[in-house]
Design a protein around this ligand. Structure first.
Ligand SMILES: Cc1cc2nc3c(=O)[nH]c(=O)nc-3n(C[C@H](O)[C@H](O)[C@H](O)COP(=O)(O)OP(=O)(O)OC[C@H]3O[C@@H](n4cnc5c(N)ncnc54)[C@H](O)[C@@H]3O)c2cc1C
Length: 376
């Protein structure tokens, strides 16, 4: 599908492509091997507007929309999926503030995110005992005068320990389940907040993933995002948009695997299977990115896109896993060489099936929306 892109969409894609090739790709393998958080690279993405692709220009963003965002994410992820996930979560938090924040919150936080003053923002929903069933989270936020006091342990926080701001979901009303959850903007240096040592992960090793321990962490009431009780809605709305990003990220990883498979097939013309496998990956990636762009277009049009985003996330992330295995099969022993990076793509692709809702969760979301008769 050749899209007629708007100038803003083409500019976001081209900027991302240039930074991906010039900045991210040359370091991606070493950063993975050494678990290096890419602070300077993220700040370069921010300076190019890529921390606020869908944030209005008055707050320092590009205001370019979800299609532009998907195009940019795919370019970046083909070079370094770990840097890209930090950028994606930052965009997700910025959008939540733009959508659910008041004027004061937008003015206080968005310019500091979009400018790259903070190398990332973090989104903190999951807990050690609350992953897929996030509405069972137990972190408490108790009102105390003009502040809330947060206590609990959050888990698997992307950019933990590096983010300048976390969007933390905590329970304000234990008598309610999802409606008892509220959202808080917690500065990274807030007293009482500690990020633990990063997890040792299979993939995305340059992206720090930590627990956040909250012990008597006082947050001004002015940092509550939206009214009490809508934190879970904020999280689910954010994840709808986030899934468009994860599907684009998976397409980026699959594109990189495809390029490796094509290069191998060209260099080994006698191995016919390598060529047909490369062709098959091409078809998968195009089908996947079509689903991703459909969800992004619906989001840009202000139409419901929960089911399209879940479909894109399910298909693209499973597809990226298949694409990487196909490429590894073609490359044989060469695929085991870290320099070829295909083994890294396979490790990174595996994680896209887990965060922002596992494949099983996407199936549940798709089925629920389908049976409710939600169109699109
Ligand atoms: C690298 C990485 C980064 C992450 N970043 C963030 C972040 O920034 N912020 C954040 O809040 N979270 C983050 N997460 C957490 C992520 O969202 C959770 O890991 C995910 O939601 C799954 O939760 P869980 O790991 O507790 O698995 P569980 O919920 O325990 O699930 C275990 C298995 O059971 C399956 N399962 C669960 N429920 C059902 C069901 N009802 N029906 C069928 N199957 C089911 C799951 O699909 C999975 O296969 C991150 C995770 C990773 C790996």
């Amino acid at each position: 599908m050749d899209l007629a892109l708007t100038p803003a969409q083409a500019a976001a894609r081209d900027t991302a492509r240039r930074l991906a090739q010039e900045l991210l790709a040359p370091h991606a393998r070493t950063f993975d091997a050494e678990h290096t958080f890419p602070t300077a690279h993220l700040q370069a993405l921010a300076r190019a507007g890529l921390f606020g692709v869908n944030i209005r220009p008055e707050h320092g963003g590009l205001g370019a929309g979800a299609v532009a965002y998907a195009l940019a994410v795919r370019e970046l992820a083909a070079a370094c999926a770990a840097t890209t996930v930090a950028m994606m979560v930052t965009n997700m938090v910025a959008e939540a503030i733009q959508t659910f924040g008041d004027d004061d919150q937008r003015a206080r936080f968005l310019p500091r995110i979009t400018s790259g003053e903070w190398p990332a923002a973090g989104f903190s929903l999951s807990e050690p005992g609350a992953g897929s069933d996030a509405s069972s989270l137990t972190t408490r936020a108790v009102r105390d005068g003009d502040a809330y006091v947060l206590d609990g342990t959050k888990a698997w926080v992307t950019s933990g320990g590096h983010a300048g701001l976390y969007l933390v979901m905590a329970r304000t009303n234990p008598a309610e389940k999802s409606r008892g959850i509220s959202a808080f903007l917690v500065p990274g240096d807030a007293p009482g907040l500690t990020a633990t040592k990063p997890e040792e992960k299979m993939g995305l090793r340059a992206s720090a993933t930590t627990q956040l321990v909250l012990e008597g962490c006082r947050v001004p009431a002015a940092n509550r995002l939206g009214p009490e009780g809508i934190g879970f809605r904020i999280a689910m709305t954010s994840l709808d948009g986030g899934r468009v990003g994860v599907s684009a990220q998976a397409c980026g990883i699959a594109t990189a695997a495809h390029e490796a498979a094509v290069a191998y097939a060209r260099a080994h013309p006698a191995e016919g299977d390598a060529a047909t496998r490369a062709g098959e990956i091409d078809a998968w990636v195009r089908a996947g990115f079509g689903l991703c762009l459909r969800a992004a277009s619906l989001k840009d049009a202000g139409r419901p896109f929960t089911r399209p985003a879940a479909m894109a996330k399910l298909y693209c992330t499973e597809m990226a896993g298949r694409a990487c295995q196909h490429a590894l099969r073609s490359l044989g022993l060469a695929g085991q060489d870290a320099a070829a990076r295909v083994e890294q793509y396979a490790r990174d692709a595996r994680i896209t099936r887990i965060y922002e809702g596992t494949s099983e969760v996407q199936r549940i979301v798709i089925a629920r929306e389908l049976l409710r008769g939600v169109s699109a």
